[in-house]
Design a protein around this ligand. Structure first.
Ligand SMILES: *[C@@H]1O[C@H](CO)[C@@H](O)[C@H](O)[C@H]1NC(C)=O
Ligand SMILES: *[C@@H]1O[C@H](CO)[C@@H](O)[C@H](O)[C@H]1NC(C)=O
Length: 491
């Protein structure tokens, strides 16, 4: 008020007084906090630690909604069965994660070549069939019911895989140790095989990218080889897949999947795969009549909580959608266009060509853990993040493999982490959760690392991984060619 009076004395104009009064009133109403949203997360260090107690959310109720469990977390059946003696360390997880990123890079390079007019180049690069994107590690699984009567099996959700496969009895050649019982086709009255010259078997080769159409004693067979050396071989078969709601209503659908009798897993996958890519053989296309090529999920904030996946349309008023670009045409991935990144509310000076160069766009992937960015984009993001963090005088810690920006927070009770947002074509902003920004590097959680890395290699684009997607509702609308993001939605 004193300032105001002084001002009144100097400028005795009624209009100015009125203007000053009105603006000072409106500033009071909104308040400073709301005018300038906080540019950092302030959290207790203990909230960044991994929890050891399972904290279930209860979102799952309708037909087509399934609970998502992290395979290494305390809610996992894998842990209950004592199959894993300990959760892998961050550096073990990063090792498997890199295998996945390498395989995605090579898959994307290949699909780029296919849409290339340079036929000579395509002929020279003999592309093996049935070579799949590596399973990677930090994955979420769901329980599905297959056969008549129903047998429950666990499958890892994978937006990068084209087909669904499970281990099947008899494990005539080889099966790996898995969570829960192995599917037994001879106990299902609705199980059927089909010949290799049938249209159903043809789906394997008409899928984009194609799988090799194989024959085993005239029956349709499949084979998938993963970049990390894991594989699954067996028959491509049909059986009922049943979806049940909390009030015991159910719907079933005839579903084509790989029934593996010769399987080997390098990592501790422990379950089969549900292929959720944009290829024709994927779950998305096969369940079109029920779910209209539409699904959404929420990955929990950490491994001790559960998330959900819902197949079919849900209320999407709060979702902001970004279009899936029409190039590359052959992509089975969920491509999106990044337009910018901000740290602590400040947009980074990254040229749009860095995100937009041909073949260097971005994909959203459920199976990659750490988000990879174009090297130029990562350099700008890291430098802005480090600069903001330097205000708080945290001690830098040694890098963990390719995570090069780590902090030792052991002498702090609460910590401040700058907010990071990604922007996508269509004016979409995705603000990351604090646990989508940094990951604990040790079991004590006192060291955290910035959860981003550069994607090296020739013509490698960005891969938006599952840490970054934590607590976000991610919507995949394949028919509408768009991917959507909504705020905190896991509970
Ligand atoms: C359990 O989950 C709920 C909902 O996500 C959350 O509010 C609560 O803080 C969680 N509790 C623990 C101990 O993580
Ligand atoms: C099992 O699969 C592997 C990898 O594809 C293959 O090398 C091996 O020959 C198969 N074994 C049999 C008995 O088919």
């Amino acid at each position: 008020m004193a300032i105001l009076l002084k001002f009144l004395h100097q400028v005795p104009s009624l209009l100015v007084i009125l203007w000053l009064l009105s603006s000072s009133c409106s500033a009071k109403e909104t308040g400073e906090g709301q005018q300038y949203p906080p540019s950092s997360h302030i959290v207790s260090i203990s909230s960044l630690l991994p929890y050891t107690v399972c904290n279930r959310s209860s979102k799952v109720s309708s037909i087509g909604s399934l609970e998502l469990v992290h395979k290494y977390g305390p809610c996992s059946e894998l842990n209950k069965q004592g199959e894993t003696t300990s959760t892998p360390s961050l550096s073990e997880i990063l090792h498997e994660d890199q295998a996945r990123v390498d395989s995605i890079n090579s898959r994307r390079r290949r699909s780029m070549m296919k849409s290339d007019t340079n036929q000579e180049l395509i002929r020279k690069t003999k592309l093996p069939f049935g070579y799949d994107v590596s399973i990677g590690t930090g994955n979420f699984y769901v329980k599905v019911d297959i056969g008549t009567p129903r047998q429950s099996v666990y499958v890892v959700l994978d937006t990068g895989s084209d087909i669904t496969w499970i281990q099947c009895k008899p494990c005539s050649v080889k099966c790996f140790k898995q969570v829960g019982p192995i599917f037994n086709p001879s106990k299902s009255s609705s199980y059927s095989t089909f010949p290799c010259d049938s249209s159903r078997c043809n789906m394997l080769s008409s899928s984009s990218p194609p799988h090799e159409q194989l024959c085993k004693l005239e029956e349709c067979a499949y084979s998938s080889l993963y970049g990390d050396g894991s594989y699954t071989n067996g028959l491509f078969v049909e059986d009922k897949l049943t979806f049940t709601s909390a009030n015991h209503k159910s719907k079933e659908i005839d579903y084509l999947f790989g029934c593996g009798h010769n399987n080997s897993a390098v990592g501790s996958i422990g379950v089969g795969i549900m292929g959720l890519s944009r290829a024709l053989t994927s779950f998305v296309y096969q369940t079109d009549t029920l779910f209209k090529k539409y699904f959404s999920y929420c990955l929990p904030s950490d491994y001790s909580s559960t998330g959900y996946i819902i197949f079919g349309k849900t209320n999407n008023n709060h979702i902001k959608f970004t279009p899936i670009p029409t190039t590359p045409q052959q992509s089975q991935f969920y491509d999106v266009v990044i337009t910018g990144i901000s740290v602590a509310g400040k947009k980074l000076p990254i040229k749009s060509s860095v995100f937009g160069k041909r073949g260097r766009g971005a994909i959203v992937d459920s199976g990659t853990v750490i988000t990879r960015l174009q090297p130029e984009a990562y350099a700008a993001l890291r430098s802005a993040f480090r600069k903001e963090m330097s205000h708080y005088h945290y001690k830098m810690a040694s890098p963990v493999k390719f995570l090069d920006t780590c902090y030792d927070l052991s002498s702090h009770k609460t910590v401040e982490i700058p907010k990071v947002s990604f922007f996508f074509k269509g004016g979409v902003e995705l603000e990351l959760d604090v646990k989508g920004t940094v990951v604990p590097a040790t079991d004590s959680g006192h060291v955290v690392c910035f959860a981003f890395a550069p994607n090296g290699g020739n013509a490698a684009g960005a891969i938006l991984g599952n840490i970054m997607q934590r607590t976000v509702q991610v919507v995949y609308d394949v028919e509408g060619r768009r991917v959507g993001f909504g705020p905190a939605a896991c509970t």
